[in-house]
Each structure stands twice: as structure tokens, then as C-alpha cells.
Design a protein around this ligand. Structure first.
Ligand SMILES: Nc1ncnc2c1ncn2[C@@H]1O[C@H](COP(=O)(O)OP(=O)(O)OP(=O)(O)O)[C@@H](O)[C@H]1O
Ligand SMILES: [Mg+2]
Length: 404
């Protein structure tokens, strides 16, 4: 499958700062700060919360957003709407005239890091901005960190990378979620190739020096496949060994990815390595893929046990792919379920013609609207959960509202 990137987005274009204010005194104070930080003038804009939302729908979210809530009839509801269009980790400082402690508490519970009452002094605003840098301050951020889903196969070639690529495609189109797919078959992975992404090296090296993993590093090693969809890994030079990778290097990678993406999809190789073990432990969901062969059934049993033991709280989704490929030799579904001791969650048929057609058209399988594609799309939708919608309760917390 060769996917043509459409309107690809540059991961580096995230402003450090953006302000929407609409009185001269506040605008003046914010401008003093941006000037002292040598930031461009157009990061301080004259506008309401509505203006901020329409603007942020079309651009990368800033790391820090300053919003004037005056003029809004319901600032809490407007913050919820802002969170829908903001990327994870955006910090918000609200400014307003109302000196009300209940409003202050409500704004914080909705994800604002601070609320400052007008007239705002330069020193007060600076103190509030500096507090965001303090990791111990526990200040809030709009949204939460991303969800990690691992995909692993009971047999080689069972379709793990196909599922990761197509689920990534589905999720990134559902509710504007940003998705990164990590190909942990560091040297021979085919995920990037399948998605038509530019090959980039660097992940294996970084896993040996996890303190190098930060957002700048990520921008260098990841490739864009489509709007909001990125891939990293799988293209290392054969001269680049993996060496003695610290299993906790994966923690640093995940932390950085989760802070920047709504979903992290791990394409895991079939091995009992420390890196695979740790990736499974850090996942909220594991998608286990098998065919209906005897060996597939045996290894599904072993993998189910392995995943349950390494991550007792995690959810497991069992998928049968390539169903019907070798109908006469396949274990009947009922027998397979009996053998592995649980129900199969998704059954995906074998459709080589659709795979070929998708490859010829340069599209992901799900775009061909074949039966196989629709089944994979259903899996992607299950992983994505409901798209973020505006809550009916104005006082509902962002955490509850954005839960997937
Ligand atoms: N449902 C399907 N119908 C037909 N062909 C399929 C189906 N699913 C996957 N394939 C094809 O099977 C091959 C292997 O798929 P894929 O690379 O996704 O498997 P994998 O489990 O990631 O393999 P590996 O173990 O090498 O990582 C690919 O050519 C893919 O196009
Ligand atoms: Mg694969």
C-alpha cells in the first residue's frame, strides 16, 4: 500500500505562545512580555474566546495560550470548546474581570493552569508563566496525555502492520486526533514503506541514549504520512545495532509521544525482548492478531498469558485476520475460541485483490471500501472511541469529557 501524503503537516510548527485579548491594558502587558522574549508581534491577537477557537481549528496549537474570557457568556463552556480544537498539553492562562473564587476553581478544574483578574500586572503574568515551567507545580493542561495501543501478531505476516496503518488512518480522521505509529521492528519494519512515508533513521540510536529523546528529536526522526498521522522507526541502517537497550528507554519515548499525540500505536515485533515487554506494560490496550492456524492458536494462548502477566490492568482485543485464506486447513472459529479460552473480538477476511487494488491506487486498504477494509475500520473506530463532542453538562470536567 502506497499512501500519498495529503496536506502533510510540519511537526515543528507549534508556536510557544499565543494570546487572544481584547482590552488595551492587558494587550500592552502581554506585548511587553512577548517583546522581552523576542517573540513575533502577531502572537498577541485582539479577539474573543470564539475568535481563538475558530483560529485554533486551523493551526497547530501553541504550547501556552492566554485567553481573555471577558465577553463570553459562559467561559467554562467556551474552554471546553477550546479544548476540542487544541492539541494535547496546551497550557491555558485565563484573564478576566470577574473576581470570583468559584469561577477561579471551576476554570482550574476545566484544565486552565491559572486565572488572573484584571488589571493584570506584568509581574503577575510573568510569575504565572514561570510557574508552568515548574514540573512540581502540578498545573493543568487542556486535554490529557495520549493513549498507547500495542499491536502484536501470534504469527509472522498475520497482518499487524496492515492493521496499525489502517487503524492509524481511521483514528486520525476521527475527531481530529493526532496519531503516531511506532515501528519497533527497527531494521526491517515495513510500516513507513506501506504508508508512503519518507524513510528516517535515529530511533535505535535514541533508545540507547534515552536522555536525548525530546520533542526536537522526535521532529527529526518521524515522517508525516497524512494530516495528523505520523510514523517513526522501522528504517534503521543495518550498520546501526540495537546494542544493550535499556528497557526503560521506551518510557522516555512513550512519555514524549504521549505528550504530543492523542494516540500512540506500537507495531511490535514477535519477540520476548525487554523492549516488547515494556511496551506491552505501558499500553492501555493490546491488539493481538492471529490467523486460524494451529500454530496461531498455540501462540495466541502463549501471548494472551504473556500480555495478561506483563500488564494485568490492560485491555486485550483479539483479532483474527486473513480468515478464509486457507479455508480447508483453518481451525473452525468455535474451536479456536475454545482453545484460547475467550471470544474473538474482530474477524477480518482474506482479500488479496482488495490489497492489490489499494496498492495500485496508492490508498490505504480501508479507502477501497472492501469488506476487509470495513472490518479494520471498525477496529480503528473501537480504538478511537467516540469523537470529542461538546458536553451537555457545562460543569463536566475536561478529563471526563475527553475520556476515550
Ligand atoms: N486481510 C488481508 N487480506 C489479504 N492480504 C492481507 C490481509 N492482511 C494482510 N495482508 C497482506 O499480508 C502481508 C503481511 O501483512 P503485514 O505486513 O501487515 O503483516 P505483519 O504481521 O506486520 O508481518 P511481519 O510479521 O512481517 O511484521 C502483506 O502483504 C499484506 O498486504
Ligand atoms: Mg509487520
Amino acid at each position: 500500500m502506497q499512501v500519498t501524503p495529503i496536506g502533510t503537516e510540519d511537526a515543528s510548527q507549534r508556536d510557544p505562545f499565543l494570546a487572544f485579548v481584547h482590552d488595551d491594558q492587558t494587550a500592552g502587558v502581554v506585548r511587553e512580555i512577548t517583546e522581552s522574549l523576542l517573540l513575533p508581534d502577531d502572537l498577541v491577537r485582539n479577539g474573543s474566546m470564539d475568535h481563538a477557537r475558530s483560529y485554533l481549528e486551523h493551526v497547530r496549537s501553541p504550547r501556552l495560550l492566554i485567553i481573555d474570557i471577558d465577553g463570553s457568556s459562559d467561559p467554562l463552556e467556551d474552554i471546553v470548546k477550546l479544548a476540542d480544537v487544541c492539541e494535547l498539553g496546551t497550557r491555558l492562562i485565563a484573564i478576566g474581570t470577574d473576581n470570583d473564587v468559584t469561577l477561579f476553581r471551576d476554570l482550574l478544574s476545566m484544565g486552565a493552569a491559572d486565572y488572573l483578574v484584571k488589571p493584570v500586572e506584568r509581574e503577575t503574568l510573568l510569575r504565572s508563566i514561570n510557574a508552568l515551567e515548574d514540573p512540581n507545580a502540578g498545573v493543568g493542561a487542556l486535554g490529557r496525555t495520549g493513549k498507547v495501543v500495542s499491536f502484536i501478531g501470534a504469527r509472522g505476516g498475520s497482518g499487524v502492520s496492515t492493521l496499525v496503518g489502517n487503524c492509524g488512518w481511521t483514528i486520525s480522521r476521527s475527531g481530529k486526533r493526532r496519531v503516531v505509529m511506532v515501528d519497533m521492528d527497527l531494521h526491517f519494519g515495513n510500516l513507513g514503506l506501506m504508508m508512503g512515508a519518507e524513510a528516517r533513521e535515529g530511533l535505535a540510536d535514541a533508545l540507547q541514549q534515552p536522555d536525548r529523546i525530546d520533542s526536537l528529536f522526535l521532529e527529526r526522526v518521524m515522517s508525516s504520512c497524512a494530516d495528523r498521522l505520523f510514523v517513526v522507526g522501522g528504517e534503521e541502517s543495518l550498520n546501526q545495532g540495537i546494542g544493550n537497550t535499556d528497557r526503560f528507554a521506551i518510557d522516555a519515548l512513550m512519555a514524549e509521544l504521549r505528550a504530543n499525540f492523542h494516540f500512540v500505536l506500537m507495531d511490535l515485533p514477535r519477540s520476548a525482548s525487554d523492549i516488547v515487554y515494556r511496551s506491552l506494560q505501558l499500553s492501555s490496550t493490546t491488539v493481538l492478531v492471529s490467523d486460524l492456524s494451529l500454530a496461531g492458536m498455540r501462540d495466541t494462548v502463549r501471548l494472551l498469558k504473556f500480555v495478561r502477566e506483563s500488564n494485568p490492568g490492560g485491555q486485550i482485543i483479539l483479532v483474527i485476520n486473513r480468515m478464509g485464506e486457507n479455508a480447508k486447513a483453518e481451525i473452525p472459529l468455535v474451536e479456536f475460541e475454545k482453545g484460547v479460552g475467550r471470544k474473538i473480538d474482530f474477524k477480518i477476511g482474506f482479500e488479496p485483490n482488495a490489497v492489490l487494488q489499494a496498492a495500485n491506487l496508492g490508498q490505504p486498504l480501508i479507502e477501497t471500501r472492501c469488506a476487509t477494509g470495513r472490518s479494520i475500520e471498525a477496529l480503528g473506530e473501537r480504538l478511537a472511541g467516540p469523537a470529542p463532542k461538546l458536553g451537555t453538562s457545562k460543569r463536566k470536567s475536561l478529563f471526563a469529557k475527553l475520556r476515550k
